[in-house]
Design a protein around this ligand. Structure first.
Ligand code: WQD
Length: 345
């Protein structure tokens, strides 16, 4: 029986791109997803790209019995990439208990199953949000983890601590937390991409939906920050670069390449771009003039964040390869594809 990799949240934005990258590297993938923020169309999209149908289990990881039964059904799981979590910053402020229950209970149930195995390799989807507004830029993995600005960010901080403590007492578990900066873009095939449900909270899907005519106008949340043009600066990383990093990180665990059984890596391009620079880049690659207005700052936004990528570059031998233009171009191509599909429905 082939060794299998479990991808939780594998029908989500980053999860689906990572499933494709795993399959292309010859891994056997099982997806767990409860379809709360994704759809089975994504499974079809994955299959169109790789011609390989991942096994799929519609399970809510808060259901302890379902998690136990899953690992009994799939005894050969040797690696887990854990994406499944609620991830909307604003929603987490309004509904903290949903976030603590969903994001932490699922993690604990997964780790309890892995602690029963002889070998387990675990990749955790974390976020640069754990740094808050870092004191120095670019942000390295040694930057202090500050008090989270939202329950969402807190679940990432607590999640990392739960994993680190587990790795201390279960030496058979090796784990890596990957702290993403701002994931954007879509697979070049146009078969999978970001599918925000409802009004997009993030900048790039709001830009592409405005350009396609789904949204009236983009609101730029503040232009009075101490940055190059007054708008916030972020490190926008192509989802394809992010997916590749997950496969490399998993392989480094499977091949016992890490010196210790828990580590953390920042995943970014190392370059910061302001909101207005993202708009300018989008207009250039799409040929569309974007309608936007400057409004008040958004509560909880930090001024600037971009990654010091030296650790991932050297220890994972991974570097982001796509430019902001390429990422925005792929996001725009995907938005046009979604509009085409919706028109045909
Ligand atoms: C980027 C910039 C906004 C929308 C969050 C989470 C992070 C990850 C990504 C989950 C900011 C500005 C945005 C809009 C705007 N989430 N903006 N108008 O807040 O950096 O990161 O999402 O994995 O963990 O913290 O991303 O895309 O929401 O905002 O002006 O309509 O765009 O103010 O400066 P953010 P974002």
């Amino acid at each position: 029986m082939k060794s299998k990799i479990l991808v939780t949240g594998g029908l989500g934005f980053i999860g689906s791109h990572t499933v494709v990258a795993l399959q292309e590297q010859g891994f056997d993938v099982v997806i767990i997803d409860n379809l709360s923020n994704s759809s089975l169309d994504v499974l079809a999209g994955i299959m169109k790209i790789t011609q390989i149908s991942p096994e799929f289990e519609n399970i809510d990881l808060r259901d302890k019995e379902a998690v136990v039964n899953f690992f009994e059904k799939y005894p050969k799981i040797i690696g887990v990439i854990h994406f499944a979590a609620s991830k909307a910053v604003g929603e987490s402020v309004e509904n903290p208990l949903l976030y603590y229950e969903n994001n932490l209970t699922s993690l604990i149930y997964l780790l309890k199953e892995l602690s029963q195995k002889d070998e387990a390799n675990f990749i955790f989807s974390s976020s640069c949000t754990v740094y808050g507004q870092a004191d120095t830029l670019p942000i390295s993995e040694n930057a202090p983890v500050k008090k989270a600005e939202s329950p969402y960010g807190n679940t990432k901080q607590i999640g990392e601590e739960i994993i680190q403590d587990s790795c201390k007492v279960y030496p058979q578990i090796s784990a890596i937390s990957l702290r993403y900066f701002n994931p954007i873009g879509a697979h070049p095939s146009g078969e999978i991409g970001e599918l925000p449900i409802g009004t997009p909270q993030n900048l790039v899907p709001f830009i592409t939906q405005t350009a396609i005519g789904k949204r009236e106008q983009l609101s730029v949340f503040g232009n009075d920050y101490p940055t190059i043009d007054g708008t916030c600066v972020r490190d926008y990383i192509h989802v394809m670069d992010l997916a590749r990093a997950h496969v490399i990180a998993l392989k480094s665990l499977l091949e016992d390449k890490l010196e210790k059984n828990y580590d953390v890596f920042n995943l970014g391009t190392g370059k910061g771009n302001s909101v207005l620079e993202v708009i300018e880049s989008f207009e250039r690659v799409s040929g569309k003039k974007l309608s936007y207005k400057i409004v008040d700052r958004r509560e909880g936004d930090i001024t600037a964040a971009y990654a010091d990528t030296h650790k991932a570059n050297s220890e994972l031998n991974w570097k982001a390869e796509h430019s902001l233009d390429e990422a925005l171009k792929s996001a725009w191509e995907w938005e046009k594809r979604v509009a085409q599909i919706e028109k045909e429905e």
